[in-house]
Design a binder for this molecule. Structure first.
Ligand SMILES: NCc1[nH]cc(CCC(=O)O)c1CC(=O)O
Length: 324
């Protein structure tokens, strides 16, 4: 490989923090995510030392309905607070847990989006049945309004039962018989090393993923130039475009924690970005769809355009009609 002399000089001059304190939730999945960040940082900046600052979030402690606590911010609030208080320098978030209806907490910014993992949901059934093979009355453990709405529409003979807790806990509750099957993110199961329990990975056409699925976001304090420069090299350009389009879409739509919204952007084989998205009623009976290509639009404008397309079809009325 030919070395680009400019890059070499720039790397040589770049000052990198000696120590980076990384804050995250303390679930096994979150800690596995931190390990990925540490491993990628070690490759990019072999001299850097890192320390992990695990915190418990409201979303981890509260096992009731999320809309009764912070709703969407329940998994990020304490992590943001540690960053802003200077107790850590870098936060690792699942992008799908970072509220998009409001700006990031003042004084913080995204420094990178890591290369996207699998965006699909997976079925976990102890006997290995697929979604279409599940008998009537099978209890699916999920509290996600997005999953409940879609399953209700396509598989009305199945029964969704409320199921909260981190992925490991959900697997334990499944093993204890509190449900017959689960829907979980394939990427999450992969991160905790439990792909073995997956009985079927569901195509996005069967269950449309959540906005931001499979993306890890690195968040820093806004003024922390040295750190932002040091970690921005972990970012993936396609993921950045996808994340930007998806988050602007959610921002314009102004959903709340009970809004069944799904969708994903993708840089297609042609190199062009596309975004498809849906809004559902909670019973899944009404489903609004939009799919657009970026063409000359930048990713954020594509997100805006798809949101407007859904608003024209009545998305606001659906979202506002759902109690929250
Ligand atoms: N809401 C919790 C959450 N946040 C991110 C993931 C999975 C990993 C990802 O999509 O980044 C999960 C678990 C799940 O939905 O099964």
């Amino acid at each position: 490989m030919v070395k680009d002399p400019l890059v070499t000089v720039y790397r040589g001059r770049m000052s990198v923090p000696e120590m980076i304190r990384i804050v995250s939730r303390d679930s096994p999945m979150a800690l596995a995510q931190v390990e990925r960040v540490r491993a990628e940082l070690a490759v990019l900046h072999p001299g850097v030392r890192t320390e992990v600052v695990p915190v418990k979030t409201t979303g981890d402690k509260w096992m009731g309905v999320l809309s009764q606590v912070e709703g969407k911010g329940a998994f990020t609030k304490e992590v943001d607070a540690a960053l802003l208080a200077g107790e850590a320098d870098l936060a690792v978030h699942c992008l799908k847990d970072v509220p998009a209806d409001r700006p990031l907490p003042a004084g913080t910014t995204f420094a990178a989006f890591l290369k996207r993992d699998d965006i699909r949901d997976a079925l976990v059934h102890p006997d290995g049945l697929t979604l279409d093979e599940l008998p009537a009355g099978t209890r699916i453990g999920t509290s996600a309004v997005r999953r409940v709405a879609q399953l209700s529409a396509t598989h009305p003979h199945l029964e969704c039962v409320p199921f909260r807790g981190n992925a490991n806990r959900r697997l334990a509750k499944l093993a204890a018989g509190e449900a017959d099957a689960l829907l979980l993110a394939a990427a999450g199961l992969e991160r905790i090393g439990r792909q073995d329990v997956i009985s079927e990975v569901l195509s996005p056409d069967t269950v449309m993923p959540s906005i931001g699925a499979g993306i890890l976001a690195l968040q820093c304090r806004e003024g922390d130039r040295e750190l932002i420069d040091a970690v921005s090299g972990l970012g993936d350009p396609h993921t950045h475009q996808e994340a930007t389009a998806e988050r602007m879409f959610l921002h314009v739509l102004q959903g709340h924690c009970n809004s069944p919204i799904a969708g994903y952007a993708r840089v297609e084989a042609s190199g062009e970005l596309s975004l498809r998205a849906c809004v559902f009623t909670p019973d899944g009976k009404t489903r609004l769809n939009a799919h657009e290509w970026a063409g000359r639009l930048d990713p954020a404008t594509l997100g805006t355009s798809v949101a407007v397309a859904l608003l024209r079809q009545g998305a606001r009325e659906i979202i506002d009609g759902i109690p929250h």
